[in-house]
Write a protein that binds this ligand. Structure first.
Ligand code: THU
Length: 160
């Protein structure tokens, strides 16, 4: 037996101000988009914004449903909208942020497992790692250079 240790390098910024121009602009777009989330049940609004290789910025926000499992997360709304309109454009970066109905989010919000898998599929599809920018409402910003940092032992089409 041996131990397999998994290591992730996450860039931690003290706040939005410390980000480079491109990351800050994308995070601002994500923040702007969360106000249009449809989250009457959880009151947890999530905004996502992604930048494509052609420079276009596509936003998404969570869309809930009275039949709860039908809800779609902000990240997937943005990724699928981008893929529908620009099917040949790789995603360079995605920014994700949220507000909660019950607390101030002072730590970066991290994407759910399903969204990690969908972001991973996009990396695989376009053979390009995606920069992932994570923020709450205040405090630190986490930046990953690939979703694989928070989805180790990734399942992808190489297994099929
Ligand atoms: N949500 C997202 O939009 N993205 C995530 O990565 C995590 C969860 C949404 C789904 C639901 O509308 C609300 O947040 C609470 O789970």
């Amino acid at each position: 037996m041996k131990i397999l240790s998994l290591n992730a390098n996450i860039e931690v910024y003290s706040g939005m101000k410390e980000l480079n121009k491109a990351d800050k602009a994308l995070l601002k777009a994500a923040k702007k988009s969360l106000k249009d989330a449809y989250a009457p049940y959880s009151k947890f609004k999530v905004g996502a914004a992604l930048r494509l290789k052609n420079g276009k910025v596509i936003i998404g926000n969570n869309q809930e449903n009275a039949s709860f499992p039908l809800t779609l997360c902000a990240e997937r709304v943005a990724i699928f909208a981008a893929a529908a309109k620009y099917p040949t454009e790789a995603i360079e970066a995605i920014a994700i942020t949220a507000t909660s109905g019950s607390q101030v989010l002072d730590k970066p919000v991290t994407p759910c497992g399903s969204c990690r898998q969908v972001i991973s599929e996009s990396e695989f599809r376009f053979k390009q790692d995606i920069r992932v920018i994570l923020y709450g409402e205040k405090g630190e910003v986490y930046v990953l250079n690939s979703i694989k940092d928070i989805l180790p032992l990734t399942f992808d089409a190489n297994f099929l």
